[in-house]
Each structure stands twice: as structure tokens, then as C-alpha cells.
Design a protein around this ligand. Structure first.
Ligand SMILES: [Ca+2]
Ligand SMILES: [Ca+2]
Ligand SMILES: [Ca+2]
Ligand SMILES: [Ca+2]
Length: 241
């Protein structure tokens, strides 16, 4: 129930501008279904490697401009942290990972904070995903029921301070709007397909670059400016700050 966390604003303006300028190229669709797919809110000992993974279960790329994740404290039902997802585009059947330490979380797309312990451990607490029209399109309460964020019934799966595990939809994108049946314990798979069980199944993806960065790499390659890429501010999403 730590309330000391402070919103950390990462340098997203540049990616946002890049994404915006490319919005005419990237066709997006309102029918896409972005979901909270995996959450690791507790690690053995100190929580230094928390992450939230989103999954695009729809058939179209979707701009996350205006989307956000709210983290809700179950002790007072108040939002204790908001994660702005603007500036990113999530391709169909792909993953998007937010974290605080990419050296500990594979395939992290948005290092949105430098704080550790940024996801409360219950009980209960919740997280909710909102679209660009402020509709709550997905939510998960854990370690108990927290209205209105529990979908139908509370999940029985609990993260652990002793066992390496996460709360995972199995398989990816499973969504019956019932937290109890949709979420189970999985081994850690940030940015890759969820796997039932415990332990760390993380693997680095070659294609883990966020789309705005990927497009920039493509564009800069055309311009013969690849040597400049590493100095570009958008890389801040993949480095600690
Ligand atoms: Ca935690
Ligand atoms: Ca865990
Ligand atoms: Ca812990
Ligand atoms: Ca996963």
C-alpha cells in the first residue's frame, strides 16, 4: 500500500511526434482489442523488476495515443499511479511491456519510471486499462475483489514474494471478462507468449523495438543516417533514466 510513488515523466514527446507524423502510414482500427495480458507485481524480496504486459488481441495495429493504465489502491479505491501510453502503436497479436528496469525485464518497451515497487501487492489492489475515449476496456483486481475493477470474479492466482511467477492470461488474449477464469499463474514472459507455471521463461525478442522506433530506424536507414540513431531521444524508452 505504498503511496509514495511519484509519476515519472519519461521523454515521450519525441516518440509521440514521430508516431503522430506516421499515423497516416499506420492504419489503426477502433475494433482492436488491447488487453492486460500479464502482470508481475511481486518478486522474491524487493520488487525491483515489476512489469505489465499488454497484448493486442485484435486484427489491426492500434495507436495507444490517449490510452493509459491506472493502478488502483484497494485500501481507498484511489488511483495511485497512471501510465500514459501515448506515442506508441501496438501491432496485431503483439505485446507491449512497461517496466522500470530493462536490465531485469526482457523486451521492455516503455521504461516509464525509475522507481521500484511501483505496483502495490494487495490485498486487494487493481489495474485498469483505458482507451482514448476514457472507456475502461480491461481491468484486473488481485489478492481479492475490488469493485468495479474485478471482472465477474476475483482471480485465485496470487503473485508471490518467494516464488518467481506472474498473473497471466492463458493463452494470450483469453478474455471472458472473468478475472477468475482468465488469469492463472504463469512463468515470466514479458513481451512473449504466456506460459503456465512458475519460474522465469523470459527470452529476448529480436523485434522488441517499439514501433515508433522501428519506423524511425527504417526511415533513417533510407536516409543513410543510421549512425545517428543511438543519439536520438526516443531511445530513452529503452534506457534507465
Ligand atoms: Ca509490488
Ligand atoms: Ca512475481
Ligand atoms: Ca516482493
Ligand atoms: Ca507474456
Amino acid at each position: 500500500m505504498n503511496l509514495s510513488g511519484k509519476r515519472f515523466t519519461s521523454a515521450k514527446n519525441i516518440p509521440a511526434i514521430i508516431a503522430f507524423s506516421l499515423s497516416a502510414i499506420i492504419s489503426s482500427s477502433a475494433s482492436a482489442a488491447i488487453l492486460i495480458n500479464e502482470v508481475d507485481y511481486d518478486q522474491p524480496g524487493s520488487d525491483t523488476a515489476e512489469f505489465i504486459e499488454l497484448f493486442n488481441n485484435g486484427n489491426s495495429s492500434t495507436s495507444l495515443d490517449g490510452y493509459r493504465i491506472d493502478l488502483i489502491n484497494g485500501s481507498n479505491s484511489r488511483v495511485y499511479r497512471q501510465i500514459d501510453l501515448s506515442g506508441f502503436t501496438l501491432q496485431s497479436k503483439n505485446y507491449f511491456v512497461v517496466c522500470n528496469d530493462p536490465s531485469q525485464v526482457a523486451n521492455c518497451n516503455d521504461v516509464f519510471t525509475s522507481s521500484t515497487g511501483w505496483i502495490q501487492n494487495g490485498a486487494p489492489d487493481a489495474l485498469a486499462l483505458y482507451d482514448n475515449e476514457n472507456n475502461r476496456i480491461d481491468s484486473l483486481a488481485y489478492e481479492g475483489t475490488l469493485s468495479p475493477f474485478t471482472e465477474t470474479a476475483a482471480t485465485n492466482a496470487k503473485d508471490s514474494n518467494t516464488v518467481i511467477t506472474s498473473l497471466s492470461r492463458l493463452p494470450d488474449g483469453t478474455d471472458s471478462n472473468n478475472n477468475q477464469t482468465d488469469f492463472n499463474l504463469g512463468c515470466l514472459t514479458p513481451g512473449t507468449a504466456n506460459i503456465a507455471g512458475t519460474g522465469n521463461c523470459s527470452t529476448n525478442k529480436v523485434s522488441a523495438v517499439p514501433l515508433p522506433a522501428a519506423i524511425w530506424l527504417f526511415a533513417s536507414g533510407l536516409l543513410g543516417l543510421t549512425g545517428i540513431n543511438r543519439a536520438r531521444p526516443y531511445h530513452s524508452v529503452n534506457t534507465s533514466s
